[in-house]
Design a protein around this ligand. Structure first.
Ligand code: PDD
Length: 278
């Protein structure tokens, strides 16, 4: 018998196995995809990133894109997601159960968990912006892998909340990376600046969408590292993510960004994004 999540269960019963590596080590990967009006948004990009994350952690996924798409479709159907619904799809793969030791087991069966939840768009934040606090980026050096290990992200967000801010802007040795669960952009003199997509940030799908939309509409984009001081002098700031879309940041460490109002570049990008999701 095993004690799992409040229950005494027999070995092998369908439940979280006590030695599931996702559970013991955070040894697994995940994706969060958006469903707008009953349709998955940027699904192919999420699948591509899931397969990349799997490769990077040396995990062979026993499902192909078509099978994962079928699971997603069934989940939406079984949960009655219709063209009236905005929702998220969460999908995680743990390396599976194996006697607890750090070495990657020769044979373990990856465990897939997926669910959908209805979720409204964050209109209040999109319209009015949020506050942020600069916080040291204490996460590991492979933030490009969308791993289940999110304790660093949990703790930095909590540090921001303790200071009364809605989210954190992370920095490593004075260089700004991203936010707790989103990518970060600064606007200066009509140009966008964001950290390069290397090992220090998640290669956000919304980030790439925003870069593409900006370039198409003639807004230059610099993917380069920049400092805390640059952030403090920026005209506008915003973060991007699957659930947060393009959220303006109107104050940092209690100081207003620009004139403290949502800026016109971010509004323009939000309008382009709005067209893109329809
Ligand atoms: N977060 N950076 C980090 C650290 C993230 O966790 C996320 C996504 C992003 C934005 O990526 P995308 O645009 O592909 O969603 C950037 C998800 C939504 C989450 O953990 O809930």
């Amino acid at each position: 018998m095993l004690y799992v999540n409040g229950n005494w269960v027999e070995e092998g019963e369908p439940s979280i196995q006590a030695e599931d590596r996702g559970y013991n080590f955070g040894d697994g990967i995940y994706e969060v995809a958006r469903i707008y009006q009953g349709r998955l948004y940027q699904w192919e990009a999420h699948l591509a990133r899931l397969f990349r994350s799997a490769r990077e952690i040396r995990l062979d996924l026993p499902w192909n894109s078509a099978q994962l798409s079928e699971i997603a479709a069934q989940l939406m159907a079984k949960n009655g997601i219709t063209s009236q619904d905005d929702a998220i799809l969460y999908l995680q793969v743990s390396r599976g159960a194996s006697p607890r030791q750090h070495d990657i087991p020769q044979s373990s069966e990856p465990v897939l968990t997926a669910f959908v939840r209805r979720k409204e768009r964050p209109l209040e934040q999109l319209n009015n912006g949020i506050s942020a606090k600069l916080v040291a980026d204490i996460r590991w050096l492979r933030c490009d892998i969308k791993t289940l290990n999110l304790l660093g992200a949990v703790l930095v967000k909590e540090e921001a909340k303790d200071a009364g801010a809605a989210d954190c802007i992370l920095h490593r040795d004075g260089i700004v990376t991203e936010c707790s669960a989103s990518n970060f952009f600064a606007v200066k003199d009509g140009q966008l600046y964001t950290h390069p997509a290397n090992n220090l940030i998640l290669h956000g799908i919304t980030r790439q969408t925003v870069i593409d939309l900006a370039l198409k509409s003639g807004i230059p984009v610099q993917e380069e590292a920049f400092s805390i001081d640059f952030v403090k002098q920026a005209d506008e700031l915003f973060l991007t993510g699957t659930t947060s879309e393009i959220t303006p940041i109107t104050s940092v460490d209690g100081q207003p960004v620009g004139n403290g109002q949502v800026g016109h570049v971010v509004k323009k990008l939000q309008a382009l994004f709005e067209e893109n999701i329809r």
